[in-house]
Design a protein around this ligand. Structure first.
Ligand code: BG6
Length: 487
């Protein structure tokens, strides 16, 4: 795939996503010389601002560590601001303005169009994009999650967008797929024979996937109170992680090869039982020694809201490879620590002669923070023949590759610029994941209250303890060791 000259057009440009993620990522791409000379960044917003006022509003320096003057100059020279209201503005006028910028820069007709906008205006914006006909170039249109709020709305949205755009023009973003360690799951599995042979139910006892956040709903109560943790995090980020961990090796080396296998995982998920689901909502508590409010006391949350801020599930995948292996997934807000990881916990088989066991072997894929991969295995304690200790072999990503690993949005943008769809969920995956989530929501009990700053509802522990297992928390021995090594 080759990098071509293109116009980057960002809708919703005065919003947080653009300031915090997209523009800083574009800065890093500029600094790495990954934007062709002729790649203007056209920012579209409703606010009536001049170009200079818009650049002041972006306050890019606040979101980029140690920018160089040269790269900053190169970034800023590309930025254009167009004040336009997509719900009421004239599409001809808009198309004309974009064409003027194209002529001013003398660039090709290729357009990367990023919709950093709420789902409710996706359809209107897609129609506007239709007016931006690219006669001699390509069009790539990027949609941010949430992609629908249930199966029905996702299908409707997909149908509406597909009336205007071809499937290969559509990029649906799940920023977790841009994270370095998420992409590394496939490398770990398929470029290391030591693991690939053991990636099945004969060797693996169970898998734990955790995305734990300390933040509450911040200023997003209006959105979050309608959506909740199941739809905000589980339907997309956690089910994507599950797909990467559990997929079969793709049979063809193509974007669709990967996406076919990810889909197959969704289609093989066993429908959940009520007892496999725990929902929670945070009460008041303490995080990092500071008192925090309950969810119900957050500004913008309905007084009697039953929206969940935590979810844990026990999922099974009905394939030969995974028969009988539970996958425990959990995510929540206002938990004790911020981290995301995947723990692959192996079975413990007793040797028929040598009687030494220890802890189960575990592979820990640390997505954030301190990205890396650790393997816990047992060694003999010095001078104590019969006793073992679990130790870690630990690969620390930034210690090895340095601190300049691309942020998720940098990888996402670069892949779209190249026209690579592999990091973007396909329509069928999205719809299959919604079918699973709709059923979950129709049978789940109401959330139970957990204290902010805790590990979530105690009830979630029973998903594992019923099975004779336990959650491996960040503060488990293995993790504590990992973190100590990194200090
Ligand atoms: C977003 C959710 O998709 O992911 C947020 O809408 C959540 O609620 C965020 O906080 C977490 O992303 P990250 O990259 O900070 O783990």
């Amino acid at each position: 795939m080759t990098l071509e000259s293109q116009m980057i057009i960002i809708f919703g440009a005065t919003g947080d996503l653009n300031r915090r993620k997209l523009i800083p990522s574009l800065y890093h791409l500029v600094a790495k010389h990954r934007l062709t000379e002729c790649t203007p960044i056209i920012c579209i917003g409703r606010k009536n601002l001049s170009r200079d006022e818009f650049i002041t509003h972006l306050s890019v320096e606040d979101f980029i560590k140690a920018p160089t003057a040269e790269s900053m100059k190169d970034l800023l020279r590309r930025i254009e601001y167009v004040c336009f209201d997509i719900t009421s503005g004239s599409s001809e006028l808009f198309a004309h303005k974009i064409m003027q910028i194209q002529q001013q820069y003398g660039c090709t007709d290729n357009k990367l169009i990023y919709l950093a906008l709420p789902t409710s205006v996706f359809h209107t914006s897609a129609q506007l994009i239709d007016a931006l006909d690219s006669k001699t170039g390509w069009k790539r249109v990027v949609f941010e999650k949430p992609f629908g709020a249930d199966l029905h709305s996702a299908q409707l949205l997909n149908d509406n967008i597909r009336n205007i755009l071809k499937e290969d023009e559509i990029y649906r973003v799940d920023h977790y797929l841009g994270k370095e360690l998420v992409q590394n799951i496939l490398t770990l599995r398929f470029a290391n024979d030591i693991f690939s042979g053991a990636w099945n139910n004969e060797a693996i006892d169970h898998v734990q996937i955790t995305v734990s956040e300390t933040l509450g709903v911040e200023k997003r109560a209006g959105y979050y109170d309608q959506i909740g943790a199941v739809r905000d995090m589980l339907q997309n980020h956690l089910l994507q992680l599950l797909s990467f961990v559990a997929m079969e090796p793709p049979i063809e080396n193509s974007t669709d090869g990967l996406r076919d296998e990810a889909l197959s995982v969704m289609q093989s998920l066993r429908p959940l039982d009520k007892t496999d689901i725990v929902l929670g909502q945070y009460g008041p508590g303490t995080i990092n020694s500071k008192p925090v409010n309950s969810y119900l006391a957050e500004a913008g949350v309905k007084k009697n809201s039953t929206t969940e801020t935590f979810v844990a599930i026990r999922a099974f995948i009905d394939t030969n490879r995974w028969q009988g292996v539970p996958f425990y997934l959990r995510t929540g807000k206002r938990l004790e620590q911020r981290y995301a990881d995947i723990k692959i916990v192996f079975k413990q088989r007793k040797h028929h002669i040598i009687n030494r066991t220890g802890q189960p072997n575990t592979i820990i894929i640390r997505i954030q923070p301190n990205s890396g991969i650790a393997i816990a295995f047992n060694v003999q304690k010095p001078g104590e023949e019969d006793s073992t200790e679990s130790v870690l072999m630990d690969f620390c990503h930034h210690c090895h590759f340095g601190p300049n690993t691309p942020e998720a949005y940098e990888s996402i943008l670069y892949n779209i610029m190249l026209g690579d769809h592999s990091l973007f969920p396909r329509r069928d995956w999205i719809e299959a994941s919604w079918a699973y989530i709709d059923r979950l929501r129709s049978i789940a009990d109401l959330p139970v209250i957990y204290s902010a700053g805790s590990l979530g509802p105690a009830k979630a522990d029973t998903l594992l303890t019923d099975d004779g297992r336990e959650w491996l928390h960040e503060k488990s021995e293995a993790q504590a060791l990992t973190l100590a090594n990194l200090k």
